[in-house]
Design a protein around this ligand. Structure first.
Ligand code: 5GP
Length: 209
């Protein structure tokens, strides 16, 4: 079968990663991006202030509430959600461009975001839930990060209790990574990427050529 000389690549895959706060997701996401040149990060917009070391346009697009609302009203977002008093959104344009052009994308979003993206891009999205091995490990990780006040930590921990139940949402999440050992978790995420890229639906059938 001829492809007419047109596109020969498959569609891009959206790897949607979520985790309870402090689940060690950020480190894992960074490791995946560093070791996989075929993968890019979907950079979200947020109304929160940048943390030390974060760069505008790399980690997030840091915008005012006014700009966020304007762009939301203009239909620029694939999904958006309020998390800890701030708004976060996934820009739609670059995401759909990546899918159409066969570029795989990693998205670091909360559970609301994962639900929305899995619904909107069914067939193209893969949900991965990263969980800490236990509650004590999570609390220790939040403190070690040193970016949140005691009050913020308490709120995050409370939220985690609710969030953990989302791991049972099998229509949203396809994989669960227990983040006990950083290297092992990083290797598991690479395994998921590799397996998803080898799905029958994503690999051209050589007998058709
Ligand atoms: P942080 O402020 O710690 O970077 O992120 C807080 C939470 O917001 C994390 O769970 C993160 O995954 C989530 N988040 C970041 N960007 C987005 C987004 O575009 N959409 C949604 N729904 N959640 C996001």
């Amino acid at each position: 079968m001829s492809d007419g000389g047109a596109r020969t690549t498959r569609r891009g895959i959206l790897f949607v990663v979520s985790a309870p706060s402090g689940g060690g997701k950020t480190t894992l996401v960074k490791a995946a991006l560093e070791t996989d040149p075929e993968l890019s990060l979907s950079v979200s917009l947020t109304t929160r202030q940048p943390r030390v070391g974060e760069l505008d346009g790399r980690d997030y697009f840091f915008v005012s509430a006014e700009e966020f609302n304007r762009r939301r009203a203009a239909g620029e977002f694939a999904e958006w959600a309020e998390v800890f008093d701030h708004a976060y959104a996934t820009p739609r344009g670059p995401l759909e461009d990546s899918i159409e052009n066969g570029r795989d994308v990693l998205l670091d979003v909360d559970i609301q975001g994962a639900r929305a993206l899995k619904k909107l891009y069914a067939g193209d999205a893969v949900g991965i839930f990263v969980v800490p091995p236990n509650f004590a490990a999570l609390e220790a990780r939040l403190r070690a990060r040193g970016t949140d006040s005691e009050e913020q930590i308490a709120r995050r921990l409370q939220r985690v209790r609710t969030e953990m139940s989302a791991t049972a949402e099998t229509d949203v999440y396809d994989y669960r990574i227990i983040n006990e050992d950083r290297d092992r978790a990083a290797s598991e995420i690479r395994t998921i990427l590799a397996a998803e890229r080898l799905r029958l639906t994503r690999v051209p059938d050589p007998t058709l050529d």
